[in-house]
Ligand binder design. Structure first.
Ligand code: NAG
Ligand code: NAG
Length: 511
């Protein structure tokens, strides 16, 4: 997953960089691998600072001072298959035409085709394995065709329309054209989130405008009139005007349901659905499932969440079942999320460093541990073991999301399917794989209802990791097979020999 933002201030004498940096800090949970900011100063000159690491490590005060100008684009990135640790961080830049900067969240599904097109037909050089660089170059190619001395909003809309026709998959983008303004657009299914807002300028004259992956950013920076960018819609904010255009007629909004389950901050609202409320509702639905599975009188003594994401669901679940809720695991909050650390070995070490079980809450009890989801199962297995080591009699393990059995092609860094604990296993087998007495999964329909409850207008979610149904119709068996090969840990390490070292170093610094 990645996070993007773009800001333009009405007062052209004010620097945008401090708030862009702040926005990336607020989006840090979406990616901890690399961060970058590009600003545009007087005379349309661009200034950039990008690097591997956390936001606070990449943007040191002296570096920020160099990023002048009243508008800019920011990006945080997580490690993905095929992106070497030392590959360029985003946002990406092309000098022709006009000087374009772009940050992208998501993953394209027809990269091979786009690569061929850019090479054979467009004759544009691609310097990395990043699909975001392809996206930017497709946009640049179409904008180039206008062949004008100065472009207008119409030209940009036309280029994005062409991009929509050519690029498949998930993309929420924040971009900037040197000396012109910023823009944001979302793929025709709106798979990844993007919001837009404005606030009165500090000079009192006009408005500042901002795009961000999550509403929490705009909230924190005192923006108002916050709204989602619609699927297939583009918004351009020049120095003089805001122009919005629905470029894809009648799109079907299909947001990624995993944003609500795990990725997004609970205090964000995505496509009209409060992430926190959706998680509470997941707890109620999961409680009902547990009642259906274990009967009204289960032998559960206490409900314990795996911090942090599952807290909301676990609390609501415990109330629904009339059971005690206890914080049995303590978290060392200065270690990164294990889910996005590359390589199996590092993941192993991380779980124990991340969590500690408080014996008193487990000793001689039947515990129900609640997590947001189960991916590889290695974390769950160690958590179950910790509970047993702390003296638990029985360990039930409930997941607020259904079993994950299929790869994600829209930008979530899931392991290859063979590494998913639920792949080719039924619930009994998963229980024994993670060492639990019983594992209980949310039903898919219940998960969908938990989110839809807060916006019934959403008729479809991307639930592909649970059911293998991809909302873009171009995801073929061959495509998935190729993805699989690229994603195995072996391939990751081959691409990325230093990743372990680099990530390890960060953890040491943060511990
Ligand atoms: C993005 O898609 C390309 C192929 O289309 C693939 O090589 C790459 O691994 C994908 N990245 C992620 C994070 O899924
Ligand atoms: C799960 O699979 C095992 C075989 O490995 C089988 O014995 C068992 O009946 C299955 N359980 C369910 C609930 O289907």
């Amino acid at each position: 997953m990645c996070g993007v933002s773009a800001l333009i201030l009405a007062d052209t004498k004010q620097p945008a960089v401090a708030e862009i940096q702040e926005s990336l800090g607020l989006l840090q949970h979406r990616g901890q691998d690399a961060a970058g900011i590009v600003t545009c100063g007087p005379k349309g000159r661009l200034y950039q600072c990008k690097g591997n690491g956390m936001v606070r490590d990449v943007f040191t005060p002296p570096r920020l001072l160099g990023l002048i100008g009243c508008m800019g684009v920011g990006h945080v990135r997580y490690p993905t298959a095929g992106t070497p640790a030392n590959s360029e961080a985003q946002p990406f830049y092309v000098n022709s035409p006009y000087g374009i900067v772009m940050g992208h969240n998501g993953n394209l599904t027809n990269t091979a085709e786009l690569k061929r097109f850019l090479d054979h037909d467009a004759h544009r050089h691609i310097n990395t394995d990043s699909d975001s660089e392809l996206l930017l170059n497709i946009f640049a190619y179409h904008l180039q065709k206008t062949d004008k001395f100065r472009i207008s909003e119409e030209d940009i809309f036309r280029a994005i329309t062409n991009l929509y026709e050519q690029c498949h998959g998930a993309y929420a983008c924040a971009g900037m054209i040197a000396g012109f303004g910023i823009m944001g657009f979302r793929d025709p299914f709106g798979i990844r989130p993007l919001v837009f807002g404005r606030r009165k300028s500090s000079s009192g004259d006009g408005y500042d405008y901002m795009f961000a992956s999550e509403s929490i950013v705009l909230d924190s920076l005192d923006f108002t009139d916050i709204r989602d960018v619609n699927p297939g819609e583009a918004i351009i904010v020049s120095k003089h005007a805001v122009t919005t255009r629905q470029l894809v007629p009648n799109p079907t909004l299909s947001p990624c349901i995993f944003e609500y389950v795990y990725f997004a901050r609970p205090d964000s609202i995505i496509d009209g659905v409060s992430v926190y409320n959706a998680r509470l509702e997941m707890g109620i639905k999961l409680a009902n499932k547990i009642r259906r599975t274990l009967g009204d009188k289960s032998d559960i003594d206490v409900v314990i969440p795996v911090p942090d994401t599952s807290r909301a669901a676990a609390l609501q679940l415990s109330q629904e079942l009339g059971l005690m809720y206890r914080e049995g695991f303590n978290k060392n909050r200065y270690v990164g999320r294990t889910f996005i650390m590359p390589g199996q070995e590092m993941r192993r070490k991380n779980v124990k460093r991340k969590l500690n079980a408080m014996t008193a809450e487990f000793k001689d009890k039947n515990v129900l541990i609640v997590d947001d989801s189960i991916v590889r199962g290695t974390t769950s297995e160690q958590i179950v073991q910790m509970a047993r080591d702390a003296g638990a009699k029985k360990v039930y393990f409930a997941s607020a999301a259904p079993a994950i059995r299929y790869p994600n092609v829209y930008g979530i860094d899931m392991p290859c399917t063979a590494e998913l604990v639920a792949f080719d296993r039924n619930e009994t087998e998963i229980s024994s794989a993670i060492g639990a007495d019983l594992v209980i999964f949310q039903d898919k329909e219940d998960l969908i209802d938990s989110c839809r409850k807060y916006n019934p207008d959403i008729t479809q979610f991307d639930t592909s990791v649970f059911d293998g149904r991809y909302v873009t119709s171009d995801v073929t068996k061959e495509y998935l097979d190729e993805l699989e090969a690229a994603r195995s840990d072996g391939a990751k390490n081959k691409h990325n020999p230093r990743a372990e070292e680099v990530i390890g170093l960060h953890n040491i610094l943060q511990a």
